[in-house]
Ligand binder design. Structure first.
Ligand code: 13P
Ligand code: SF4
Length: 300
């Protein structure tokens, strides 16, 4: 560990803080975290942690979710301008318009969304829990926001229900093409291709495994395959390359980088812990409504 990393760990202990990091964070940030996980794990940890402060190394909606679930805790987002462009593609008014159009449907919102959108939804989901929640939700009609790619993937896995989509997408996952996957497969014919469900339909059709970031990591750890092509952000690639040097692990595209996930630096974390700057705050009535959707996700 570098001196700055050690100093962050010392500060975290001294201030009773738990550091959560998403798998898309840079490795130096992942290395000082108490827990590194996917969105679902981060939400669960934020809800059950005993620490009085939670530092969220990720993007804005992750810190918001932590505050929604644990309002009594101090939630710090060291890089306050780290947003998620997909979350910004849907607003509460869009959800209300869809509700008016499909009055008998329930609204399922991907956790990559604002507190205001969660507040007007019936249930939230993450990429690892979306199929299970769609199956269990007591309705035959589901409005899915904001990710059209994840929504379409879930609809395919739950054929008995009618889905209505919003045209949001992740600009990072959506720009990967089937042609890029085919080229990578042609160069490495023995490699397995694994993809995040935020990728396009034609990309997912070429995948040997589809799952959340945590599920992709689990799959790569367990498989006997010696060569892997990773269809998600390079944080996952870097973690796997370091952990499994005996395997050949490649990215499907050199530009598979989420700039917002790379905004959190060690210096930001240090500053936030040392001064308490960049604390997440939410309107209490909106928080309570959003809480119901997130809590239902964890129950289901
Ligand atoms: P996970 O739910 O797999 O953590 O993904 C979050 C995300 O932002 C993917 O782009
Ligand atoms: Fe949002 Fe895409 Fe970045 Fe995930 S990878 S945080 S969905 S922009």
């Amino acid at each position: 560990m570098t001196e700055l990393q050690q100093e962050i760990r010392r500060l975290a202990e001294a201030t009773d803080a738990l550091i959560l990091a998403h798998y898309y964070q840079t490795l130096d940030v992942q290395d000082i975290a108490d827990v590194v996980g996917d969105s679902y794990e981060m939400a669960k940890q934020a809800r059950s942690a005993e620490a009085s402060t939670i530092v969220v190394c990720g993007v804005h909606f992750m810190a918001e979710s932590a505050k929604i679930l644990s309002p009594e805790k101090t939630i710090l987002l060291p890089a306050p301008d780290a947003g998620c462009p997909m979350a910004d593609m849907v607003e509460a008014e869009d959800v209300l318009a869809l509700r008016a159009k499909y009055p008998s449907a329930k609204v399922m919102c991907y956790v990559n969304s604002s507190a205001a959108v969660k507040a007007v939804s019936d249930v939230c989901c993450t990429s690892s829990s979306a199929v299970r929640i769609a199956e269990k939700l007591d309705t035959d009609e589901i409005i899915f926001v904001p990710d059209r790619n994840l929504g379409r993937y879930v609809a395919e896995q739950v054929p008995g229900k009618q889905f209505y989509f919003h045209p949001g997408f992740c600009p990072i996952h959506d720009r990967v093409s089937a042609e890029q996957v085919k080229q990578a497969k042609a160069r490495y014919p023995n490699a397995l291709f694994i993809a995040h469900p935020e990728c396009r339909e034609e990309v997912l059709a070429l995948a040997d495994f589809i799952g959340s970031t945590a599920q992709m990591i689990q799959f790569t750890r367990k498989t006997d395959a010696a060569e892997m092509i990773i269809g998600t952000e390079i944080g996952v690639l870097e973690l796997l390359q370091r952990e499994l040097p005996q395997k050949k692990i490649l990215s499907v595209s050199a530009s598979f980088v989420c700039p917002n996930m790379k905004k959190t630096t060690l210096r930001d974390i240090y500053e936030s812990l040392a001064t308490g700057v960049h604390e997440m705050r939410l309107d209490e009535s909106e928080r309570q409504l959003a809480y119901a959707s997130l809590e239902r996700m964890i129950e289901l």
